[in-house]
Ligand binder design. Structure first.
Ligand code: 13P
Length: 251
């Protein structure tokens, strides 16, 4: 079993095109000699083309922050898998908590986005996470299991292993409050077992499970040292080249 760690930067609704170019250049320089780990960045849609040019000769993976299930048609405001492939995206974030909570995306929609991405060979970074109220009511594992079961409904065993799951507790996003390493490991272990129940042992041991929620240069090493943590999905700290460089160089 060897799961290559993945450090992913989600830039959310930040950066002008010029700022995105600058940040991408710094990340390309910082990741030039990295071994045994992958780096992904998800700039805003309007910067994808400019960033794709900068990443062209590097190993850094370009990703979109969302993806539509349909190839084309009357879907105002959406971007299709072929469009994202055309511009050079190899991955797409799906089901981010901000999409779920601020824009009303539900499990059924997220499932369609995951299927659409897989059909076109784009790897989804499938985000799940419980709210603070759900955690305090001791419902974390049930909520996560429901999100995984619905999100991966009808996803074949052939596709399941290449999906990336990102566990992002809603209460830890942008709050400076990281889940404890014990909480993170406990959830990741549960998710890996769930993948074994839903698919099979090989899938469970292949699938990469990232943690997201206030990951920074100071806490990344301890998080990455957990046996079931295969990477990080980083928001705020991914916007600062120095911090992100330190994060991709986790020990
Ligand atoms: P922060 O790292 O800013 O908490 O954001 C996490 C996140 O939502 C990444 O997708």
């Amino acid at each position: 079993m060897s799961r290559k760690p993945l450090i992913a930067g989600n830039w959310k609704m930040n950066t002008s095109i010029a700022e995105a170019e600058h940040l991408a250049q710094a990340i390309v320089r910082a990741s030039a000699d990295l071994q045994n780990r992958e780096v992904m960045i998800a700039p805003p849609y309007i910067s994808l083309a400019a960033v794709a040019d900068i990443l062209a000769d590097s190993e850094v993976i370009l990703a979109a922050q969302n993806i539509c299930w349909a190839e084309k048609g009357a879907f105002t405001g959406e971007i299709s898998p072929p469009m994202l492939k055309d511009i050079g995206c190899r991955m797409a974030i799906v089901g981010h908590s901000e999409r779920r909570h601020l824009f009303g995306e539900n499990d059924a929609m997220i499932n369609k986005r995951i299927s659409g991405a897989m059909e076109h060979g784009i790897i989804p970074v499938f985000c799940i996470g419980e709210t603070l109220a759900e955690r305090e009511a001791d419902n974390t594992m049930k909520i996560l299991e429901d999100q995984v079961r619905h999100g991966l409904k009808d996803i074949s065993i052939t596709d399941a292993g290449s999906i990336v799951i990102a566990y992002e507790p809603v209460w830890a996003i942008g709050t400076g409050k990281t889940a404890t390493t014990k909480q993170v490991q406990e959830v990741h272990h549960f998710l890996r077992n769930l993948m074994e129940r839903l698919y099979e042992k090989n899938i469970a041991s292949e699938i990469r499970i990232l943690y997201g929620g206030s990951v920074n240069a100071t806490n990344v090493d301890e998080l990455m040292a957990q046996p079931d943590v295969d990477g990080a999905l980083v928001g705020g700290a991914a916007l600062d080249a120095g911090s992100f460089e330190r994060i991709i160089n986790f020990q």
